[in-house]
Design a protein around this ligand. Structure first.
Ligand SMILES: [Zn+2]
Length: 292
């Protein structure tokens, strides 16, 4: 009996050894230079396709849309025709189509939150963040991406989506971004400028997520967006053209940096402004100019 048991154990050990010998996904990726280049190229092409599709998707058919929520029904029959009504009353948007219907000129962009794998040219910035879970069946990959939607005129939303495939991850992120849409307050808050246009933030504002804190400061016309590259995309889609910035904390954790940037923009409308400052700062909320 005891002898048989040891035999079993030996066989088991052999099997484990076999399993360990079989090539695993990670080993396949670390192939010699040639093979690696091909593989990375393929992934890149696939990604470009997915990213390209985002830009094409602009058309929204209001006629064929079947609203599911009461707010959606009111938007479709024209009872609610301004997004400001929803945002000012802080009604929760549960259907991304509402945002499509009320803000027809939305632009969507995916931000670089991931990096490619591999040696040599590895570590390049990518739209999809790839993670793997180790299971008995092997490595299970998962994709995540960060989407921004905005009309370049005072409205902006960001969203994060995760899935086992790239396409659903993108769809989730875009959907979430639309549901998170906010109004941004813009103006001309720099004492050196005073042009009367609303091209920058009206006052200094900061946002914090995790250890990362970002401060956006009003800049004179023509400065451009002096801020991290992915944050630039958020600010551009929000309609801000000039800004100075300062960051603190682990800004390498890109997601926290992006969320902090969004937090800062959120804060802009939370401040109460003195009536006499409304005109000197030429404040615009969303795309509507505030008058006294
Ligand atoms: Zn100005």
């Amino acid at each position: 009996m005891a002898k048989k048991k040891t035999q079993d154990q030996v066989e088991e050990k052999k099997e484990i050894a076999k399993l360990e010998d079989s090539p695993d996904e990670e080993m396949l990726i670390e192939k010699p230079k040639e093979g690696l280049a091909v593989e990375l190229g393929e992934v890149k092409e696939l990604e470009e396709e997915v990213v390209e599709e985002v830009k094409k998707k602009g058309a929204f058919e209001k006629e064929t849309w079947k609203p599911k929520t009461s707010l959606g029904i009111r938007v479709k029959n024209g009872e609610v025709s301004y997004i400001d009504y929803i945002l000012d009353k802080r009604i929760k948007i549960l259907e991304p189509e509402i945002v499509n219907a009320l803000l027809p000129n939305l632009t969507t962009d995916l931000l670089m939150v991931g990096q490619s794998k591999g040696k040599f040219g590895g570590g390049q910035k990518r739209v999809f963040k790839q993670t793997q879970k180790k299971t008995q069946e092997g490595n299970k990959p998962k994709f995540a991406t960060f989407a921004v939607v905005g009309n370049e005129d005072g409205y902006i939303g960001v969203g994060y989506g995760k899935s086992k495939e790239t396409v659903p991850a993108r769809e989730k992120a875009i959907r979430q971004a639309k549901l998170n849409i906010i109004k941004v307050r813009r103006g001309c808050g720099n004492w050196r400028c005073g042009c009367g246009d609303s091209h920058t933030v009206p006052f200094k504002v900061s946002g914090k997520t995790g250890s990362v804190e970002i401060t956006l400061m009003p800049a004179p016309k023509g400065t451009g967006l002096k801020v991290e590259k992915e944050c630039q995309k958020i600010l551009k889609l929000a309609g801000i053209k000039d800004v100075w910035s300062r960051t603190e904390g682990q800004t390498r954790s890109k997601l926290n940096l992006l969320y902090a940037c969004f937090e800062a923009l959120k804060k802009l409308v939370q401040f109460k402004i003195n009536q006499k400052n409304v005109e000197t700062l030429s404040i615009v909320e969303g795309s509507i100019k505030i008058t006294t």
